[in-house]
Unconditional design. Structure first.
Length: 150
């Protein structure tokens, strides 16, 4: 079942349950899907990779907003962003724990033959493709830096 179909079904459920917070988050996802499908060069169906990237981008945007609201002591707005993060994250693949991420990155480092920080680009190129949807790019980057520095 495609993401768009799942979102449409969940929008109907949220409407029936009168869950406005969830409904707002799902509508934002639906809007982003429609925009992605109508972009120049886009096609009518998004690939699974494109769907994951779209969801990750939406979560990242909301995390950034959440951080700003917390810094400005706007807990009311931060709570809304947190709810949207939680709802959108339900549609993402399970995220790797720090230990699992380190194990996979060690294997990638060995595969690529990286020996130090100068090989960061080689490792990141392989790691971001291999771990797409399983970990954020920022987490991957920080862990690779730590592993290559030691």
């Amino acid at each position: 079942m495609s993401l768009e179909v799942r979102i449409n079904e969940d929008i109907k459920k949220a409407m029936l349950a009168k869950d406005t917070a969830r409904l707002n988050a799902l509508r934002a996802v639906k809007s982003a899907i429609l925009l992605a499908k109508t972009e120049k060069g886009g096609n009518d169906a998004l690939s699974a990779e494109a769907e994951i990237q779209l969801l990750q981008r939406l979560v990242k945007q909301r995390r950034d907003s959440y951080d700003i609201y917390i810094q400005q002591n706007r807990e009311d707005l931060a709570a809304d962003e947190k709810i949207q993060i939680d709802v959108i994250s339900e549609y993402l693949p399970a995220q790797l724990s720090d230990e699992q991420l380190e194990e996979k990155l060690k294997a990638i480092i060995a595969q690529v033959g990286a020996v130090g920080p100068q090989d960061m680009g080689k490792v990141m190129g392989v790691a971001t493709k291999a771990l797409a949807g399983q970990a954020e790019g920022k987490r991957i980057s920080e862990t690779v830096k730590k592993l290559l520095a030691s």
